[in-house]
Design a protein around this ligand. Structure first.
Ligand code: SF4
Length: 346
C-alpha cells in the first residue's frame, strides 16, 4: 500500500468519529447518509439520519410514503431537491426490483451523481472507487500543492486521477473513509493543525508555504438577491397556507401567502397592490409589519418581511391558498425562513 494511504488509515483508526452510517454496509442506509450529508454538517445531519431511518427503515417504506411526509421529515435541512430526488429514486429502486449493485446502475438513480455513486459503491459493496468530496479535494490539493482549480472540468478530472492513483488495491473503502475524515477533522479549511499532522513530511503545500491558498477555485458562485413579502392571514383558529409547486426553491413545501417584488419596495401599499392576494384584499384587513430577515442560501440571498392580518369571522375559501387549522401547522413542511419569521413575531 502507498505510504500516504497507510498513514491516513492509521490516523483514521485512532481519530475517527463513531458514526452510525459507518457501521453498516446496507446500501439504503449508506445512500440516505450520503444524501443527507451533502451540504450538511455531520452534527446537523446526524439526527435527521436517525429519524429518517426510523421513519422509513427500508427503501420500500420510503417509496410508499407520500412526498409531503418526506419533505416534512426533511424540514430544516435545506436543499429540498435532495428529498424529492431521494423519494423518486426510492420508487425507481422498488420498480426495478432492488438496489443497483454497480457504479453505472447507481448513477442512473435520480439525484445520484458520480460522488454519491462512488460512495455507495465503495462503502456498501467494496467496489474499488475513489470517493472525492470537498474534504478530499482539499487534502489532495495541499498534499501535492496542486493549483488546478477544483471546480473546473479539467480540475475535477485531474483530482479524480490523483485520488484513483492513491487508492489502495485492498481496503479501498477504509481508505476512502480515512481521507474524507482526515479532511473533515485534521486538514480543515482554515488553520489546519499542520504541527500535529502525520503527513507533515510529505505535504508539498506546507513545504512551499501554500497551505492557506489551497484549494483553488476558479470563480465564485453568482448570488441572486430576492425580496419576499409574506402575509400571515388568519382568524382565531385558521390561516391561509400556500403550496409551492413552481420550479423554484422549496418546491413541494408550504409557506404563507407570498408577494415577491423585484427590489426592496418598502413603500408598496399592503395589501392593495398585491394582485395575487386579491382574494385577501377583499377582506380589507389591516396588515401590520411583524418582522424582517435576511436569509442566505447557497445561490440566493432572500430579504424577507412578514406582515400579519387578523380577520374577524370566517376566512373565505381561496382558490390560491389552503385554509388550515393553525394548530395543524406543524404537520406541514415549511422552509426554515418561514418558521423563523413566524417565531420572530411572537
Ligand atoms: S501538513 Fe497541514 S496542510 Fe498538509 S496535509 Fe497536514 S494538515 Fe493538511
Amino acid at each position: 500500500m502507498d505510504a500516504i494511504a497507510e498513514i491516513l488509515i492509521d490516523w483514521y483508526d485512532t481519530h475517527h468519529r463513531e458514526l452510525p452510517w459507518r457501521e453498516t454496509r446496507d446500501p439504503y442506509a449508506v445512500w440516505i447518509s450520503e444524501i443527507i450529508l451533502q451540504q450538511t454538517r455531520v452534527a446537523q445531519g446526524y439526527d435527521y439520519y436517525v429519524r429518517f431511518l426510523r421513519t422509513f427503515p427500508t427503501v420500500e417504506a420510503l417509496a410508499a410514503a407520500d412526498e409531503d411526509r418526506v419533505l416534512r421529515l426533511w424540514q430544516g435541512l435545506g436543499y429540498y431537491s435532495r428529498a424529492r430526488n431521494l423519494h423518486a429514486a426510492a420508487r425507481q429502486i422498488v420498480a426495478q426490483g432492488g438496489f443497483p449493485t454497480t457504479y453505472e446502475g447507481l448513477l442512473r438513480l435520480r439525484g445520484v451523481g458520480e460522488y454519491t455513486a462512488a460512495a455507495i459503491g465503495s462503502f456498501a459493496y467494496g467496489i474499488p472507487l475513489a470517493v472525492v468530496d470537498g474534504n478530499v479535494y482539499r487534502v489532495l490539493s495541499r498534499l501535492f500543492a496542486a493549483t488546478e482549480p477544483i471546480d473546473t472540468t479539467s480540475g475535477k478530472k485531474l483530482f479524480a486521477q490523483m485520488a484513483t492513483q492513491l487508492l489502495p488495491g485492498e481496503a479501498s473503502a477504509h481508505y476512502n473513509q480515512a481521507i474524507m475524515e482526515f479532511g473533515a477533522l485534521q486538514c480543515v479549511p482554515h488553520s489546519p493543525r499542520c504541527d500535529v499532522c502525520p503527513l507533515v513530511g510529505k505535504c508539498l503545500a506546507l513545504a512551499r508555504g501554500m497551505v492557506d491558498e489551497l484549494p483553488v477555485k476558479s470563480h465564485r458562485t453568482k448570488v441572486t438577491e430576492r425580496w419576499f413579502h409574506y402575509f400571515y392571514v388568519h382568524n382565531a383558529t385558521h390561516m391561509y397556507l400556500h403550496h409551492r409547486t413552481a420550479n423554484d426553491i422549496w418546491r413541494g413545501l408550504y409557506e404563507l401567502p407570498l408577494l415577491e417584488t423585484p427590489g426592496n419596495l418598502n413603500d408598496f401599499k399592503v395589501p392593495k397592490d398585491l394582485n395575487n392576494l386579491k382574494d385577501i384584499n377583499s377582506l380589507t384587513p389591516a396588515f401590520r409589519f411583524c418582522a424582517t430577515r435576511r436569509h442566505v442560501l447557497s445561490h440566493q440571498v432572500i430579504h424577507a418581511t412578514l406582515y400579519e392580518a387578523e380577520v374577524q369571522g370566517e376566512l373565505p375559501p381561496s382558490p390560491l391558498y389552503n385554509t388550515i387549522r393553525i394548530d395543524d401547522l406543524d404537520d406541514y413542511a415549511l422552509p426554515r425562513l418561514v418558521t423563523l419569521l413566524l417565531g420572530d413575531r411572537e
